[in-house]
Design a protein around this ligand. Structure first.
Ligand SMILES: *Cc1c(COP(=O)(O)O)cnc(C)c1O
Length: 394
């Protein structure tokens, strides 16, 4: 029987650290929100990333929501947001009644193009509008041109939020992703490089980090005022992480370095065994970046007769999971009508069926695919996957 191969699945420590921390929580009856696991999980993330403050939350999405609120985003405000990403990056902009403006990627990072970001600032400045925040993503764990983007945001004095949901363990010039902007967010969803069974973390790096983190703790625990009765002056959220989930996450931190090494090995393996095929290009690593290689992604160029869907179907027939590249948000029906800024001036649709256009991110969506990158994968599986793909080029 063929062995199923996952794209990226939860991978608990070989030593059982997660069970130990969860058991401790049971033994102390610290099952609900807060407790030692939450505090230690936050401290562990601060140690790894170098963030000033960290707040454990129920998801990466709620962390983005809290980052936007902490950055002062309100109804009617403009937020610049990378287009090539998961919808969860932008949904919280809408929760707040703010207006997303989507920004194109560049080919050498697949992430937000600094040039397109400059164009966006220029265009909106002319209209007398300044965004309240910028959201950049480190897609698939690969670093964006983060120093350049952070510099542009500083110049305009606009807070930067890094969606580092997929990039725990990735650094740029030795500095961890999620710590360049005023805020960073991490996700511990089941398929991320480490998981807490579901959860997220907000990193706060701003000058007033202490105050901002306290505010997020307050909002995320129903905005209760510090008086003996239930008093509320603001709308709150139930966004805190439970002590059980944090126990899993806390245990997973101990194997993060191991998981990063394995994911990097998988990327290198594919590169070595598929890199010579005509028309295949690997998602690039920007110079100075050290990626966690969460998902190895490839792009098929024009000379290539094989399309991403062919690869996905061939793998599926062998019970191997792969995945299309995120469909850019500016092409999503739910975000239709919002502005999109690209360095490509004349835009047109290149695929009627998918709606892909000739923007940089539209091109990556149309021609890219994520290969199985499960950290439990063995060489024999990788070999099998590469054989399936190589046969398509015969
Ligand atoms: C997973 C993910 C999120 C959302 O995180 P959740 O914990 O699932 O809410 C946001 N952005 C990106 C890029 C992601 O991959």
């Amino acid at each position: 029987m063929k062995q199923h191969i996952s794209l990226s699945s939860p991978h608990m420590s070989e030593e059982g650290y997660e069970r130990k921390y969860v058991k401790e929580a049971f033994d102390l009856n610290m099952i609900a929100a807060l407790g030692e696991n939450v505090t230690e999980f936050e401290n562990g993330i601060i140690e790894i990333t170098g963030a000033k403050k960290a707040v454990a939350l129920s998801s990466g999405t709620s962390a983005i929501h809290m980052a936007l609120k902490a950055a002062g985003v309100r109804k009617g405000d403009v937020v610049f947001c990378q287009s090539l990403t998961f919808s969860a990056t932008a949904n919280p902009i809408i929760y707040e009644g703010a207006i997303p403006v989507f920004i194109d990627s560049d080919m050498d990072s697949w992430n937000m193009s600094p040039e397109a970001l400059k164009l966006a600032f220029g265009k909106y400045e002319k209209a007398g509008k300044k965004p309240k925040a910028v959201i950049v993503v480190h897609l698939y764990g690969m670093c964006a041109h983060i120093e350049e983007i952070a510099d542009i945001c500083k110049r305009y004095q606009v807070p930067l939020i890094e969606d580092a949901a997929e990039s725990l363990g990735s650094a740029y010039h030795g500095k961890h992703t999620g710590t360049f902007g005023e805020y960073g967010i991490i996700s511990f969803n089941g398929n991320k490089i480490i998981t807490s069974s579901g959860g997220g973390m907000l990193l706060v790096n701003s000058e007033n980090a202490e105050e901002k983190a306290a505010k997020v703790r307050y909002w995320s625990t129903q905005a209760r005022e510090p008086v003996p009765w239930y008093q509320h002056t603001e709308i709150g959220y139930n966004y805190r992480m439970s002590n059980i989930a944090a126990g899993i996450g806390r245990g997973q931190l101990k194997v993060l370095a191991r998981r990063v090494e394995k994911k990097r090995y998988i990327y290198a393996y594919y590169q070595e065994h598929l890199g010579d095929l005509p028309g295949i290009h690997f998602m690039p690593m920007v110079e100075g970046g050290r990626s966690n290689c969460w998902l190895t992604s490839i792009l098929l160029d024009e000379v290539c007769k094989i399309k991403p869907i062919d690869i996905m179907q061939a793998l599926e027939r062998e019970d191997v999971e792969s995945r299309p590249i995120w469909k850019p948000l500016h092409l999503q029906p739910v975000f239709a009508g919002y502005d999109f800024i690209s360095t490509i001036e004349e835009r047109y649709v290149i695929d009627e069926e998918t709606g892909a256009d000739n923007s940089v991110c539209g091109h990556i969506f149309e021609n890219g695919v994520c290969l199985p990158s499960d950290s439990k994968i063995e060489d024999i599986d990788l070999k099998r996957i590469c054989t399936i793909i190589r046969e398509m080029w015969q």
